[in-house]
Ligand binder design. Structure first.
Ligand code: SF4
Length: 243
């Protein structure tokens, strides 16, 4: 488990996304600036150097968009990252909403899979893949980002439903840039607990290699706590205009 003082290493891709979340963290992002990852422009030599130097035992893929969006088009990218990680005895993790082929998923030690409580289609896809043996290929931790609509009853039912299909680990993540949801998470975290249940406070737990910039940032929103706070406020304003 990474912390703010013992950080993991994350590669940020932006291969796109078709989810249209209301509070998309990617859309107004100051580093991504809506740029899409161009695989031909990745500085593989520098990325390998960064992977070789991180003390983290895992390399994580995340977005900007979904790292598995149109995954069939990016197999060379995943294979190359996998080979580099293996060379330095690191394992791969990924944060996604998408479950790709068994062959690809088996390259990953662990999948942090966002499954919104209302998304029956996605839940059924996960259930189907569990029945077909995906947990023999990788570990899955299901993630729900806590909004104010996620009541205590919904939360309890969600835990029951996810655990009922054989997923033992569930994370409830504090939402960034939505003040009400941010505070509501505190309330909910006091009421719910259990084996495998983690309430993850919003924070900076990784160093981020942005593939669109070929640079490492110590914060998802830049270089300092000040950058982060500034963007948190900006996202709160975006949320108000969305509503
Ligand atoms: S899944 Fe992520 S990138 Fe896609 S719309 Fe939602 S917040 Fe934005």
């Amino acid at each position: 488990m990474y912390t703010e003082t013992n950080k993991g290493f994350t590669i940020i891709t932006n291969f796109g996304c078709d989810q249209h979340c209301k509070y998309c963290i990617t859309r107004a992002h100051p580093i991504l600036k809506n740029q899409i990852t161009d695989e031909s422009k990745i500085d593989w030599e520098y990325l390998e150097k960064c992977i070789s130097e991180t003390t983290a035992p895992t390399v994580n893929l995340s977005g900007g968009g979904d790292p598995f969006f149109q995954w069939e088009k990016h197999l060379d990218f995943y294979n190359r990252v996998y080979e580099i990680a293996k060379k330095y005895e690191k394992q791969l993790d990924v944060h996604t909403r998408i479950l790709p082929s068994d062959e690809l998923i088996s390259k990953f030690r662990k999948v942090g899979l966002t499954v919104e409580y209302w998304n029956e289609k996605q839940f059924n896809t996960l259930k189907d893949r569990v029945e077909k043996g995906i947990l023999l290929l990788t570990k899955i931790r299901v993630i729900e980002v806590v909004g104010t609509d996620f009541t205590e009853d919904i939360c309890k039912n969600y835990i029951k439903k996810i655990k009922g299909i054989g997923i033992p680990q569930i994370t409830f993540r504090q939402m960034f840039g939505n003040k009400k949801a941010y505070e509501y998470w505190n309330e909910l975290s006091q009421k719910i607990s259990g084996e495998g249940i983690l309430f993850l406070k919003d924070g900076e737990y990784h160093n981020y290699y942005f593939t669109t910039e070929n640079k490492v940032f110590p914060y998802f929103f830049g270089y300092s706590e000040k950058d982060r706070e500034e963007w948190k406020k900006k996202y709160e304003e975006l949320e108000q205009s969305c509503a």
